[in-house]
Each structure stands twice: as C-alpha cells, then as structure tokens.
Write a protein that binds this ligand. Sequence first.
Ligand code: ARG
Length: 582
Amino acid sequence: MKEQIQQLLEQTVSRLKDQAIIPSDAAPRVQVDRTKDKSHGDLATNLAMMLAKPAKKNPRELAGLIIDNLPASELVAKTEIAGPGFINFFLDSRWLAKQIEAMADDSRANVAPAAQPQTIITDYSAPNVAKEMAVHHIRSTVIGDAVTRTLEFMGHKVIRANHIGDWGTQFGMLIAYLEKMENESAADMDLSDLEAFYREAKKCYDEDEAFAERARNYVVKLQGGDEYCNRMWRKLVDITMAQNQAIYDRLGVSLNNDHIAGESLYNDLLPEVVSDLTQQGLAVEDAGATVVFLDEFKGKDGNAMGVIIRKRDGGFLYTTTDIAAAKYRVDNYAADRILYFIDSRQAQHLQQAWLIARKAGYLTDATTTEHCAFGMMLGKDGKPFKTRSGGTVKLSELLEEAHSRAVKLIGEKNPDLQGEALEKIAHTVAMAAVKYSDLNKNRTTDYVFDWDNMLTFEGNTAPYMLYAFSRIQSIFRKAGVTAEQLNGEIVLSHDKEEALANKLVQFNDAVNGVANKGMPHLMCTYLFELAGAFMSFYEACPINKDDVSAQDKASRLRLCAATANTLKVGLSLLGIDTLERM
Ligand code: ARG
C-alpha cells in the first residue's frame, strides 16, 4: 500500500517535471509513511517540503500542485494538506475491503511477485565438517532460511549456498584418525559424537609424532588428488552432512545436501586467484607470504592492513576462499545479490574479501554483496550460550529439549491429548518456538536464549502466534463453514474491523521489508501486531452469537479468513507450520 502511493507520487513528479514546475534534474527520494493518528489519514508524505526549494515555491502551494497532478486511483478516497506542507492520504474503505477479500483465499495473500525477478545467492548455515553444529550455525540456518523462503516467494531465483567448512589442513589429521578408528574398531565405530571425534583426532596429532607425520602427509596427498585420501575425506563430509541433514529435516529447513557448495568447491580456483591478484599488482610477496595491502583498513601501526592470501608454506586462507567464491558466484550465476548470513564478528573478514574481489574486477556494480550479520546467542547469565560444564550446546540436544518442553506445555493445556497426536503438535510447537525466538529479534544484536520466554502463550512468541491461528480455525468450526465457502462482501463498519483491515494490507510491506533488508523480525513484528488487531476485533465484533446479522457474520468471517490466511502465509515464510488445533 505504501508502495502504491509511492508509485503514484513518482508519476506525479514526472508530470510536474513535464510542466517545468520542478527542475528536470530533481531526483527526490519519495518517502511515504504511515500516520500515527487516524485523523491525519492513513499515509503521509513530505514530498512537497523536499521539493519546495528546487521548485522555488512555498511547500503548501507545491503540495496543492502535487495533489492536482496525482493520477486518479481507486485506493485514495481523499487527500489533504497538513501543517508546513505534508500531504495526507485517506484510503478508500471499499478499496480496502476488496483487497482483504482477495487476501482471504489466495496462496500469496494478495502479494504481487517482484516486477523484476533477480538471481540471488543466499549463503547460510555453513557448518564445519567433523564438528557439531554450534549455536551460531542455528542462527545462520534459521534466519537464512526465512529470508530465502521470502525471496523465493517474491519470485526471485534463489541459489542456496551451504558454504560448509570442508577443506583445510585439519583434514590430514581427521583422515589419519578415521583410518585409525577403522583399523582398530571397525565394528563398534561410533561417529555420532563429532565433537569427541575431533577432540580425539587433535589429541593424537599433538601427542603421537608418527600420527602427526602421517596426517601431514595426508594433507599433501589430499591436495594432490590422491584417491584414497579423497575417499576418506568424502566419508567425513558424508557422515557430518548426514547428521546435519537430520537436523535440517527436523527443523524443516529448506536446505538439503544438493545445496552444498562448501569451501572445497572453490579449492581449484585458489592458485589462479592468487596469481591473478599478483599479476594485477594487487598482491605482493611479503616475508614469503602473498599479501594484499588495503589502504581502506588500517593496521595497528597505522599503515595499510595486510591481508594474507597465501601463507609462507603455500597454504591458502579462509579469505582466499571467499574471494574465489565471490568470483565463482558471479561467473556461474551472474548473481544480482549475494546475501551472507554470518556472525557479525566476521564483518571485517567479509569486507576485506569483497573489497579485494571488487578491486580485482571479480565483483562489479552489477552484484551487491550484503552481510546479513547477527549477534550472539547468550545464556541467561549474559555470557555466550554454553552447557553447564562450559561446552558447546549441541543443536540436536537443544531441539530435543525444545521438544520435551513443548510436550509438557501442550499436554498441560490439553490433558486429553496423548500419544502420537500430542507428539505431532509438540513437534510443530517446538520447532516453531526455536525458530521464532531467534527470528523475532532484530538480528544485529545479541540475544538471551530463554526457554521460558519462548514457550509461553503470552507475548510475541511462537505459541501465541500458533494459538491465534488455531483460534480462528475454531471460529470456523463453530460457524459450521469453511473459509472457501464464504462469498459475502466485506463491510468495514466497526473501527476495529477497519483497524484489522488496515493491518492486513500491510502484509505486502512486511514481505518486501524482509526481502529487501534480510530482516525476518519485520515479519514477526507484523504478524504479532496482526494477531493483536485480530484479538481486539474479535472482542468487539462477535461472530457466532445469535444477534449478529447474517451479513455481518459473513463479512466478519471473511475477515477471519483473511487473517488466518495471512498468518499462515507469513509464518510459512518464516519456515513455521500452523496447526488447526492446539
Ligand atoms: N564455516 C564458517 C563458520 O563456521 C561460516 C562460513 C560462512 N560463509 C562464508 N562464505 N564465509 O564460521
């Protein structure tokens, strides 16, 4: 709705240019905001105030000219000039009602796909091989997935890149240890505890010189394409990713093993990239290593910071791989946008990798690179989220605990529910709670992970959102109709009905906000407000009561249907399933 008004104003600006009312080189950023107070209409713009100076006119006079030149549109019922030169827009209530009617049974909830579909790469999740998924990986996985779903919904071509840590010198040690395990205890080999596996491998490496020698030899062989080492390496990747896939499946994350594009994929490009950067004069030899000095970053001594892209021993670095990955992504997909869902502590790493890739011409203005950074997940004590003994919290264990807590919560609320029916509902609630409590906060800040806050029916939580949806389903069951059977017109006569309708049409803005900014909390905030608007509407406007006219009942049920559908579509974009009953 904001966008539609914006478009009308943009057309008006060109009309004013044609009439030389404003100079032809004026390029105002057309800003439309929702008003705080209904008496000022629904939306307002300060366009006249912004253009007053270049037009050499008084803002109120210019506002009048803007209104005179506004293309006719069925969505605007009335405009007015306010204060120093604001233009207020009052939306047409019949238009509003028609929008809501269209939202009720549309799988897109009446959101138009993007006019210009783009190719977008989303780099998210990215766990490391032979390591347990850690807390920052769940943030990346859940936030990246919600944005990926939203971009796809908007009609963009999205390529999921799971930039897993599947390459590096640690693989010599891991292969040597896998081999040792296979030789010693082939029968009862248990790799379910990857943390322990990694720890033991490291221990052998540190304590046993012969083992370390073998490990170093395997690194060289692996890099040289040796068949045995590659087979062992593949095994490690497969074992890890099978475990991660079980987590993805449980979470209902739309990533699967087909989407792996890990560090090893770019490995063959690394020597080329380094020699190219050297030839271009961007990289220089420095104490045996190959380094790119960046004036844009200052080192401790105040001089240009050196970014190593090849170590003295010939090894490449995390940064080198990200430079190569950027090149690969542009060369193979001509991506318009690349979104990186990575911990905010890697900001400098990304800035440097992209800057080098831009200087080298691998990245051009045709591609934007965006760091969708997120803060840390903290425990209740405000310190990084850890187990009681200080270890990393295994994601699988976290999901297990969410599940048993959800069983308890739902079981207490519905003593009749048992067995598989309870398990199923608890599963949906648990996964929703884990995701929603991560998604509903502005991702850029750290947040405190708190079981009690995420599994309560009060506030901006998953249980509350799911409950709001299931409550509407029960209204339909009581009314004895389904949403599909409704056809009466929506009439917005009560101010709570109008408030709900106004909230409903903002869904489009929420979807676009997530797609453009990579910020899923915008959707959570919106859905929470929508559920709130619904609750107030339902309190004020009864449906299944005898004294409600048939016409009011039909109209209100259709508002219910639009709300339920919007909640469902919105939650699905966050990767959250709804429940008919709970
Ligand atoms: N594997 C890395 C980690 O665990 C994250 C990789 C993120 N993606 C990237 N293109 N660097 O921290």
